[in-house]
Design a protein around this ligand. Sequence first.
Ligand SMILES: NC(=O)c1ccc[n+]([C@@H]2O[C@H](COP(=O)([O-])OP(=O)(O)OC[C@H]3O[C@@H](n4cnc5c(N)ncnc54)[C@H](OP(=O)(O)O)[C@@H]3O)[C@@H](O)[C@H]2O)c1
Length: 385
Amino acid sequence: MKKRISILGSTGSIGRQTLEVVDRFPEKFEVVALAAGSNVDEIVRQSLKYKPKLVSIGKPEDVQKIKPLVSEETIVRFGIEGMVEAAVLEEVDVVVTSVTGTLGLLPTIEAIKAGKDIALANKETLVAAGDLVMALVKEKGVKIFPVDSEHSAIFQSLNGEKRPDVNKLILTASGGPFRNKSSKELINIRPEDALRHPNWSMGRKITIDSATLMNKGLEVIEARWLFGIDFQKIDVVIHPQSIIHSMVEFVDGSVIGQMGLPDMKLPIQYALSYPDRWENGFPKLDLLQIGKLTFERPRTEVFPALPLAFEAGRLGGTMPAVMNAANEIAVELFLAGHIGFVKIVELIENVMGKHTLIKVPDLNGILESDRWAREETKRLSGIKL
Ligand SMILES: NC(=O)c1ccc[n+]([C@@H]2O[C@H](COP(=O)([O-])OP(=O)(O)OC[C@H]3O[C@@H](n4cnc5c(N)ncnc54)[C@H](OP(=O)(O)O)[C@@H]3O)[C@@H](O)[C@H]2O)c1
């Protein structure tokens, strides 16, 4: 039986690599639905190749550009409703959530409600609404397979283990392009410097998040929800080679981790093949060529996004959603050249400081806090977007 998949964000870095995995195993997958934002050419190319039942694009005006170019049998939709439709189609077994930002939240929730398993790349969904989403996952009896390499590593390290035996999770971080820079040196960083990640080729937003270490902060919160573990049992270590993707320390002192080349196709494939492993012909890890694996303490005094994310996570309620939304806008402002690199985290901290926390929010409370944080970040920046 082929696994029938829907990919939300099929034109992005994770979306395209998911399709590369599909290409490697055509006998194992059927692509049923694809959703993208603005890349009309790419979604048309993908539609012609994979012949999905439905494609969705961000804006209504693009529907008329796509329709004449794809098969008459392909349904073309747009906007968030289109993305939700792509996620809940009856034929879909698993939804790969690879859009960026809280944009992924509603389609993921609807997919879970419709009983779909999730291959989760969109970490912002669990950051903003981890409590609600995981409760829904439990209620509907669906599975979440992590795509993020760190969470895939932890997921793999926990295979066959008992949860009470876990002492702590150790998330590794490459440290990003500015690992050795001083606070002073960060002041003049330009977007093109921050977009040059040493180990991973990724979308623009996550690449900036990796440079500020906010990405690791988001991953800490993601791990808290995925694995149901308290924040005090989550550690972060800098591991510049990105070979050990993360580890679990058990009560007896054993540490189990997962290693591999820094290639997102591996965790994507495992999220879709679990519990099986498939020979894929991708390059294999050569430890002699790597030579040495090193570890460092994160310099939180230079990269305050990491302790800020721990703080947002510990406060809970609407605070992680606020931090995440403020980060999305601040990164946009930085990429557009409106604010400096250091200002990203300053803005987020200021917005968090002004937020009136809702301790146990419902979905509306989360969405409203997200909306408020976006407005507040723009207002505090003094820039009109
Ligand atoms: N890249 C990685 O290596 C990596 C690793 C771990 C986790 N992740 C996570 O995976 C997610 C995606 O990251 P990425 O690097 O793949 O991002 P990306 O390359 O920027 O891709 C984002 C995708 O979202 C789509 N999109 C944007 N606006 C949309 C809209 N309004 N409606 C529908 N689709 C929309 C984009 O479509 P268009 O391009 O057509 O506009 C694109 O397909 C993020 O949450 C990230 O944190 C990524």
